[in-house]
Design a protein around this ligand. Structure first.
Ligand SMILES: O=C(O)CCC(=O)C(=O)O
Ligand SMILES: [Fe+2]
Length: 319
């Protein structure tokens, strides 16, 4: 885990950069801007760029930037991402997250998630309280690696905090903190599992990929293993494979015991290595009065060509 606190002069530099982006590329349209984001991110403060270089080369599992700029006149928290999209809420904060994200990876999106938006809003939505989507609230968002169902899932999920008045925690489990028995690791490393799409991808045009493919849950270099798991949607590929089913349950016990809680404050952004961290969120009571918890989210991939191959085009939106 690594943290960098942005200093006042650096915050001003970021604010000036956001002004310049909104002037030059406005009205704000992340789909238009995203192809320029990496070049513009070269004008972020040097310490931030160096921080992300280290995060990448050291494979830092959890990285937090604190003290990012926030608008004085931030809108009330929208009641769901669709409302946020309609009114363009938090455009400056979106720009900040897109620029910081572009200093670490390449932003991309999913056609069936939040209308293919590059930057998502994570805020409670009426009717979604108990769903397995980021609009949930009273039900916990259960532990997952982001978009575990897809080969082209992100290397990092970035979440920036605009509001979190009740100190609701993002739950994180770092694979380095898991001490799995060798027998369990062995089963989890075998291609005995299906990673099914989660509820946020099952719409009328939702994805089905990943459902048929068999893969492991645990893989990668020894001593620093990678994980692919969504405890709601990863299942044994064979119905009769009791050992695989029990291995998922046993992993859940180990993962639950290793849970840590990160409470994001306004102006914080967290960058979770999606191969080395499983994450989720605590439950909370939504108020729908404009003061609810509100995050922005962006998916980052190290090599954008993986997305181009998945989309068979130069599009950053996987359909
Ligand atoms: O709300 C949070 O803290 C985490 C949400 C989450 O898992 C996500 O948006 O992918
Ligand atoms: Fe997530």
């Amino acid at each position: 885990m690594k943290r960098l606190v942005v200093e006042t002069n650096e915050r001003r530099q970021i604010e000036r950069l956001v002004d310049a982006v909104l002037d030059e590329y406005g009205p704000w349209d992340p789909v238009q801007f995203v192809t320029h984001a990496k070049a513009v991110a070269e004008s972020l403060p040097l310490r931030i760029r160096q921080f992300f270089r280290q995060v990448q080369s050291e494979e830092t599992d959890v990285a937090v930037l604190s003290g990012l700029p926030l608008s004085q006149d931030l809108e009330p928290t929208p009641t769901g991402w669709d409302m946020a999209e309609k009114i363009g809420a938090g455009a400056r904060e979106e720009t900040v997250l897109m620029l910081c994200g572009a200093a670490l990876g390449e932003p991309f999106a999913w056609g069936d998630q939040q209308h293919g938006r590059i930057v998502h809003d994570v805020c409670p939505a009426p009717g979604k309280e108990r769903s397995e989507t980021s609009g949930s609230s009273t039900a916990p968002l259960s532990l997952h690696t982001e978009d575990a169902f897809h080969q082209c899932r992100c290397d990092y999920v970035a979440l920036s905090c605009l509001r979190n008045p009740d100190g609701i925690g993002t739950t994180v489990v770092r694979t380095d903190r898991l001490d799995l028995p060798p027998r369990l690791s062995e089963i989890l490393s075998e291609r005995r599992f299906h990673h099914r799409p989660d509820q946020s991808h099952i719409g009328p045009q939702g994805h089905s990929s990943g459902a048929a493919e068999r893969d492991a849950i645990l893989f990668g270099p020894p001593g620093s293993r990678y994980l692919r798991i969504d405890f709601d949607d990863t299942v044994a590929a064979e119905e009769g494979d009791h050992a695989a089913r029990e291995a998922i349950a046993e992993l859940h016990t180990y993962v639950s015991a290793a849970q840590e809680k990160v409470v994001l404050e306004p102006g914080d952004a967290i960058f979770l290595d999606n191969y080395r961290v499983v994450h989720g969120r605590e439950p909370f009571e939504p108020r729908y009065d404009g003061t609810d918890r509100w995050l922005k989210r962006v998916n980052l991939i190290r090599d954008i060509r993986r997305v181009y191959i998945a989309t068979e085009s130069r599009s950053r939106v996987i359909m």
